[in-house]
Design a binder for this molecule. Structure first.
Ligand code: GAR
Length: 204
């Protein structure tokens, strides 16, 4: 079986990256991590990538004169490494439309809320503060909007009356670690069919 090649983009802790990596160690995994890219030099995720002996790069847009140069550089790197799918895993930057176009329907993201509720940042706190009873996490294709692309998988998490941002984030993260590798596996099984806003999960 030819394995799919994944690029993971991250900015921080990298626990989702680690869950993706761990899934690649399973005997039946249909993908592997070709490259890890961080826009933060000191990201814990980069340290993890080094520990796992994965190809890793620190690349900040600040190192480039223009957005275009940055995009070109990233795209070139992805091409050299024969990347099939880009997985954003706590990558705290808006992806440029030029890059999205180049990797159309081949960039996915994990978000710690049930989209379309609570897009953007600090969403676990927003969910607690708003008093919603259920939140969760979402894996979705990336389009030029903020957390607006077609939804692949979601997992609900009940909010308890004594939850705070931290306790809720921890429970959501546990589910993120399950659904992200699952979504990637589906992608490489060619079972995700995008039909407008909808992602249809094809039977085996
Ligand atoms: C995760 O909770 C992820 O869903 C979130 O950042 C965290 C990264 O944690 N992403 C976003 O909020 C994107 N809008 P990690 O670095 O341990 O995977």
């Amino acid at each position: 079986m030819k394995k799919g090649r994944v690029a993971v983009f991250l900015s921080g802790r990298g626990s989702n990256f680690e869950s993706i990596y761990r899934a690649t160690l399973k005997r039946d995994s249909n993908y592997k991590i070709a490259i890890v890219i961080s826009d933060k030099k000191k990201a814990m995720g980069l340290k993890r990538a080094k520990k796992f002996k994965l190809k890793n790069f620190y690349i900040s847009p600040k190192l480039f004169k223009t957005k275009r140069e940055y995009n070109r550089h990233i795209i070139k790197l992805l091409k050299i490494n024969k990347v099939d799918l880009v997985c954003l895993a706590g990558f705290m930057r808006i992806i440029d439309p030029e890059f999205i176009e180049e990797y159309k329907n081949r960039i996915i993201n994990i978000h710690p809320a049930l989209l379309p509720s609570f897009p953007g940042l600090n969403v676990q706190k927003q969910a607690v503060d708003h008093g919603v009873k259920i939140s969760g996490c979402t894996v979705h294709f990336v389009d030029p909007g903020i957390d607006t692309g077609p939804i692949i998988l979601q997992k609900p998490v009940k909010i308890r009356s004594d939850d705070n941002e931290d306790t809720l984030s921890k429970r959501i993260l546990k589910e993120e670690h399950k659904i992200y590798p699952e979504a990637i596996k589906l992608f490489f099984e060619n079972r995700l069919k995008i039909d407008g806003r909808k992602v249809i999960i094809l039977d085996r």
